[in-house]
Design a binder for this molecule. Structure first.
Ligand code: CP3
Length: 348
């Protein structure tokens, strides 16, 4: 295996086989992760570079994927920015000082990723040392909209009521928050490139909560700014721009930036591709397909490869993160199937 396959696919160049990795490939479905997690909290793992390096590499060894993703969390910048961050068991993230009005935005601290998130940069350096030129390392950050939704709601949400209330009632405060997040994310990503990240993924996981008009007005300019700032470090590092529920937003996401557009399972891969013809596509197996029968799983994998049709610029992935109850052997099966079929040119 070489770093080339994944990195070439990101820029639409032909490869010997289709590269594959999985969102949340480091995590609770892996017994070796759970063993570490039983002793340390999520934030403790992130803040100890040797441990974060270890859990980053675990799925690469166990699954044979074509890329590693840095073990960190999109919410890590919140602590140094003064928002306060903790994770409660079973509840997900909790933001202690959420943003509700203009003065909450004024008091946000500017992120200095080099010192504030030095432990992330150290993890990147350790992982690069460990993986060498074998497997490329993907750095990542949350997009301004997805981060704003956590900063405003103070926790995970399904409805985005507080987020949209602020957006629609006080657009000036909204744009000032989004601008601060865009600068923080852009600098953070640039810093990850300098530390050795060979590709980046921008997670706009909840962008699909917005209509196209609202995405264009309230999110796109800020995502574009974040990506432009990241590019200042190195314009050649490929960027994957991912979101879920984005069937109506693909062209706008591509306009905001990214060589690769990451999609969920709700849109057929070939349809997505025809909407953003100059980009590579990442996706798009439903994570729940890993929980059903092996026959169903294999037929869904084959269908995705058929729709990709052997054209350059497909990175196989799930449409969202691996679920904790997933059997690691099923993921290994998917990796092998994607590699074997694509290397043999079998797309039916
Ligand atoms: O393997 C990898 O993907 C790398 C590590 C990674 C984590 N979080 C570690 C983590 C990545 C890429 C993320 C991204 C992330 N974090 C996103 C965007 C991706 C997505 O899923 O849409 C979001 C929205 C978050 C915020 C977040 N972190 C939430 C909402 C939660 C709680 C929900 C849950 O699954 O428990 C987390 C916790 C978290 N971050 C876990 C991991 C492995 C699971 C918690 C644990 O081990 O206790």
């Amino acid at each position: 295996m070489s770093a080339e396959v994944f990195l070439k696919a990101c820029v639409n160049q032909p490869t010997e086989y289709t590269p594959v990795w999985f969102m949340r490939q480091a995590g609770r479905y892996l017994p070796e992760y759970r063993a570490i997690r039983s002793k340390l909290s999520l934030l403790e793992i992130c803040r100890r570079p040797e441990v974060a390096c270890e859990v980053t590499v675990q799925p690469v060894e166990r699954l044979g994927v074509d890329a590693a993703i840095l073990f960190a969390d999109i919410l890590l910048p919140f602590e140094p920015m003064g928002l306060g961050l903790s994770f409660r068991r079973g509840e997900g993230p909790v933001i202690e000082n959420p943003i509700r009005r203009a003065k909450d935005v004024w008091r946000l601290r500017e992120l200095d990723p080099k010192s504030d998130l030095e432990y992330v940069m150290e993890t990147i350096r350790l992982v690069r040392g460990r993986l060498g030129e074998r497997t490329p390392l993907i750095g990542f950050a949350g997009a301004p909209f997805t981060l704003a939704s956590y900063a405003i709601e103070g926790a995970s949400t399904r409805s985005f009521v507080l987020t949209k209330t602020l957006m629609y009632s006080d657009p000036q405060t909204w744009h000032s928050l989004m601008d601060k997040l865009a600068v923080a994310v852009g600098r953070y990503l640039a810093c990850q490139i300098e530390a050795g990240a060979q590709a980046l993924q921008l997670f706009d996981s909840w962008a699909g909560a917005l209509s196209p008009d609202d995405y264009r007005r309230y999110a796109l300019p800020h995502t574009a700014k974040a990506l432009a700032l990241a590019r200042e470090a190195n314009a050649k590092v490929p960027i994957i721009h991912f979101g879920t529920g984005t069937s109506t937003l693909l062209e706008l996401m591509a306009e905001a930036g990214g060589e690769v557009i990451g999609i969920d399972w709700r849109i057929p891969l070939d349809q997505a591709r025809s909407r953003v013809p100059n980009r590579a596509i990442q996706g798009n197996l439903d994570p729940c397909a890993l929980l059903g029968s092996l026959d169903e799983l294999e037929s869904q994998v084959s269908e995705i490869l058929r729709r990709a049709g052997g054209r350059p610029g497909h990175i196989f992935n799930l449409g969202h993160g691996i679920l904790p109850q997933t059997d690691p052997d099923r993921l290994r099966r998917v990796v092998d199937l994607v590699h074997e079929r694509s290397a043999a040119g079998v797309y039916q």
